[in-house]
Every structure is written in structure tokens, then in C-alpha cells.
Design a protein around this ligand. Sequence first.
Ligand SMILES: Cc1cc2nc3c(=O)[nH]c(=O)nc-3n(C[C@H](O)[C@H](O)[C@H](O)COP(=O)(O)OP(=O)(O)OC[C@H]3O[C@@H](n4cnc5c(N)ncnc54)[C@H](O)[C@@H]3O)c2cc1C
Length: 426
Amino acid sequence: MSTTSSATIPVEHADAVVVGAGPAGSAAATFLAQAGRDVVLLEKEAFPRDKVCGDGLTPRAVKALRTLGMADEAEGRVPGWSRQDGLRMYGAGRVLDLPWPALDDWPEHSVTATRALFDHALARNAAKAGANLWEETEVTSPLWLTSSQRRIAGVSYRRSDGALGELRAPLVVVADGGSSRLAVSMGLLRNEKRPMGVAIRTYYRSPRADTGMMEGFLELHRGSELLPGYGWVFPLDDGLVNVGWGLLNTSAHFRSTNYRKTLDQWVSGFPAEWGMTADTRVGKPRSAGLPMGHNRKPACYKGALFVGDAAGMVNPFNGEGISYAIEAAAFAAEAGDRALARRSDEPLAGYEQAVAQAWGGYYTLGRLFVHIIGHPAVMRFCVEHGMPRRRLMTFVFRLMGHLIDRRPKDATDVVVNALSRVVPVA
Ligand SMILES: Cc1cc2nc3c(=O)[nH]c(=O)nc-3n(C[C@H](O)[C@H](O)[C@H](O)COP(=O)(O)OP(=O)(O)OC[C@H]3O[C@@H](n4cnc5c(N)ncnc54)[C@H](O)[C@@H]3O)c2cc1C
């Protein structure tokens, strides 16, 4: 990194600037630093910091963690991390244990960790790889190559002590989350027609922390009405559970539902021995949006690469965003590194192609799914007819978790791969 001076504020130079140190940004910074690039990772908060999330890391995310070199965390071998063998589903008066499938391409377990711990670990991992992590540094606006504002050339920032600065870099990765103020200031808005979720979560001290299973709930009610959403209880280390539920914007209830009240009502119906009461609750419930199905496109815009929630990369089937953020970060780093080597923007287009190839068709299926499932009657039908059929639920489980082998081993692989190929990419 080099520094030059302007009349009033310092101007620094790097190969790459990454905006936001959530999973997407920390992963992109790690991969770029590993490629030998001089990279600065800017984060407006100081770690450890809270983030509203279910804290669930499916086998897909476990694999993503391994690619970052976080092998111990991926196995749940580090204090604060917990490991599970599968998903316990509740619905239609039944309970179904579905072990994570044994596949060639994906691990056979999940892990959980609070986002305070998880995001801090990822940011530290980026710094260990050689990235310069600047905490408490908020990006305020893009810097442009020319006055035509066609090509980004860096960012302006403000530190928490009020100091201002500019960071110039030929490669800019934007990973500032779902509301992506940087995207908005560059003129890249969300596509309102694409799916969006809202979810709320809180923590309890509960014996459910010891189940060794993630738990999913397909029946949530508002009064006597079935809501087209789903709930979860995810066990964490140290006797804590993350409890939450979410709803899709394809549902008529999306804007009219009191998320907090519904959470309280739902939790109050849990068996007494689960121990989830006002006394065992830890912290206040908090909600946030889940930008799904590539709801901000294109992911390569005016020379910047948009990664994770900033590009709306949450899986519409299940609300999982962390694995996709890390996978996309790897594609972005690869394309960015090639562009830097060639001193040309042309390789940047490879980023979008890689994402489209990896899950473009699958996300199109996901968008269809959320439209269908947004109707309570359809949801009721699926739960009532699905839950008694283990084979069907195993298929749904693997489809929703995107746990499919690239080289088909069984009918689920064949069907999902074939369907993903025949639809246009999202
Ligand atoms: C209730 C809920 C439950 C969820 N549960 C799960 C789950 O169990 N598993 C899962 O995989 N996904 C889950 N998700 C989705 C998941 O949280 C996101 O997909 C994931 O956090 C995306 O990572 P990201 O790095 O793209 O964005 P973020 O995690 O939002 O990170 C963005 C970072 O950028 C920083 N930032 C923002 N603006 C600036 C700025 N101007 N300058 C500098 N820094 C900035 C922020 O402080 C933040 O650190 C859930 C989401 C919600 C709302």
C-alpha cells in the first residue's frame, strides 16, 4: 500500500479495496491476499460485533469455510462452535429426523457459531492471510476514474474519530450487505420483483442446545392462520440456542405481520422442558431482511464486483446466505486477480459467468418455489402431504439445502441438476 497526499486528506493506494467485513468481504479479502494482492478490507464497525442471523452453517457453508483454510472451525473443534448431524423437522403433528446426506461434494455435518464470533474469526483470517483490516472505517462514497462516472476507482471513507480519507484501487469489491449504500450511490438498485425475506431471531439458554441437530418448524400460526414461513431452533455452544422465524415477500402476510409478537406466541407453545421463557431469553429479538435470488444485478457494475447480500445472493429456498457469500467471494477474487494481472476489465465479466454457472439455474427454481409457497393453502398442502413421506422430505431437504452432487449419484442429483440446467439463469 502506498500513500500520496492531496491538499486536504490522505490518499492511499492498493491493488484492491473490499467494502464490508461480513462473510463476503472477509472471504474476498482472504482470497485476494492469498493471491498475493495488496488488499484493504474496510469495516465500519469494530469486532466483535453482533449481526442478525440464525447462526446456522450448513454443510455447504462448512465446505466454504474449508476453502478459507478454517479447518478447525469447519469441524466445530473451536470453543464457541457447535456441530450437528442433521435437521429435525416439525410439521403436521410429526417429527422427522433427516441426517445430512452422505455426498461426494459436500460434508456430512453442519456447524453453528454466533455471528459475533464467526465474523470476527473470518476477519482475523483475512488479516492472517495478509489483508489490511481497517475497522471503524465507514465507506461514504465511490471515487470515479473520470468525471463521466462510468468506472469506479476507489472509495472515500470516514473513520470513527471523524478523519476522512481516500483509498484508490483498480479493483473494488462491494460487500456492504443487503442495503448496500455503496450500490445505491452508484445507481445500482434492488429489483423489487425478486424475492425478499424478513426474519427475526433471539437467543435462549435452553437444554435444546444439546440436541446435536438443527431444528426446523414448518407450521407457524398467526391466530388460527397458517403462515407461509418457517421457524428454527439452532443449537449453539455453551447452552445457548438461536430461535427465529422468517417470511417471504411473496406472502400476503409479509407487511401486515407483527414478527415479534408471532415469535413470542410461537415460543410460548414450546414444551415447558425446553426452558424457553422470558427469564432464559438472552438479548432482545432483532429482525432484518434477506435479499434473495440475485435481487441486485448485475453483480459486475461500473468496474465494481458486488458480492453476498449486496448482490442479493441469499438462497430463495432456505434463506441461507453465508455459503453463497463465500463462494461468490472466491469467484470475485479469481476474476479480480486476473483483471489485475492483465490490467484489463475484461476478465471481470468472468465473475458473473462463474456465479451463473454455479447456481444461476437453481436460483431460478428458487424464485418459482417462493411464488408457489407464498400461498398458505399450498404451504398447508405441502406440509400435510410431505411430512408423512420420508423419501419425499429427503428430496425436499436436499433440494432446499442445495446439497446436490455435480456428478449424479442418485435420482435427486439427476432431477435437480437437470431442472437447473433447463431453466434460464437467475
Ligand atoms: C434473521 C436472519 C437469519 C439468517 N440466518 C442465516 C443462517 O442461519 N445461515 C445463513 O447462511 N444465512 C443466514 N442469514 C443470511 C445471512 O445473514 C447473510 O446472507 C450474510 O450475512 C451475508 O453476508 P455479507 O457479508 O454479504 O453481508 P453482511 O453480513 O451484512 O456484512 C456486511 C458488512 O459490511 C459492513 N458495512 C456496511 N456498510 C458499510 C460501509 N459503508 N463501510 C464499511 N463497512 C460497511 C457491515 O458492518 C457488515 O459487517 C440470515 C439472515 C437473517 C436476517
